[in-house]
Design a protein around this ligand. Sequence first.
Ligand code: COA
Length: 321
Amino acid sequence: MKSKIISIGSYTPNNIVTNQDLEERVDTTDEWIVSRTGIKERPIADDSQATSDLAYEAAKIAIERANIDKSEIDLIIVGTCTPDVATPNVGTLIQKRLDLKNFPAFSIEAACSGFIYALNIADKFIKSADSKCALVVGAETLSRITNWDDRNTCVLFADGAGAAILKPSDDRGIIFSELGANGEYAELLHVPYGTSRKPKTPNEDDYTLKMSGNEVFKVAVKTLEEIAIDALVKSNLESKDIDWFIPHQANMRIIQAVAKRLELPEEKVILSMDIHGNTSAASIPLAFDRAIQDGRIKEGDTILMQSFGAGFTWGSVILDL
Ligand code: COA
């Protein structure tokens, strides 16, 4: 028994912030942002939109494309580090918007690895026959935890959502999935205040993401290279067997380094940070959907996905679509 992704849907807010817009706000240039990250523009939610609103839009599209009755859904898992509120979780908020009830719906908090973590958990529900139709979502409004006056971070992060419907299959589906984490690096990428330990601070900036970019970069490249090779070895595949590589869209240079190590030609690498920026848990399904919609990814393809994010957390999935 395998878990098969039968559809993907995605949603990004209409409001687009370009590199030129940011040039007017902080001391940066389009040239710096594009050459260091690959990002040209990013969707940013308007004040009325919370994470569950973006997630709901992506979910609706995935359900429609799956050609299922929404009442078939018996599990919702959302990867997000920017939930609407501390509780209830975004999974139950979407469940209610979809007018569904009486099955597990929850969020998991693994930052940029949120979608891969959610996919891994849904795969286990399906393999154990606890789910016959799962909705897996990665959704974020990172703009709400970004300091728009800090050039180190505001050029990177963005808002969006991607959703997948999974069903059991005895033919194609997820053939490999593994997660990892190392809390030793927690302070290299974190939000210092908010919620339990340090709930209140007079300084608004303390509620926003802080990143030691260069140090994160080094650990990210090393970890992602290792887990990509590991995923291939453990699933008995070679680079040439992979049709598409869909990595977390944090930085084009990280992705190029990993692709080079895997000896994957650049035509096989799906990039979307140019128009999406870094949307954390939403970035992989957003890139996935982009490549399906433009006709690159097709039924029958073998896909390697991998993520790396705050925590640090990481994970990889290989699937036959
Ligand atoms: N515009 C212009 N200059 C900027 C800038 C900006 N938006 N942001 C930083 N700089 C400056 C820095 O101040 C520094 O200046 P200095 O040398 O005078 O001190 C210089 O550019 C180099 O900064 P550095 O942080 O070393 O740049 P970098 O090449 O490492 O690129 C990142 C920065 C953030 C793009 C990169 O480190 C990165 O992508 N890191 C990993 C992100 C990631 O994977 N996150 C995990 C998942 S979310």
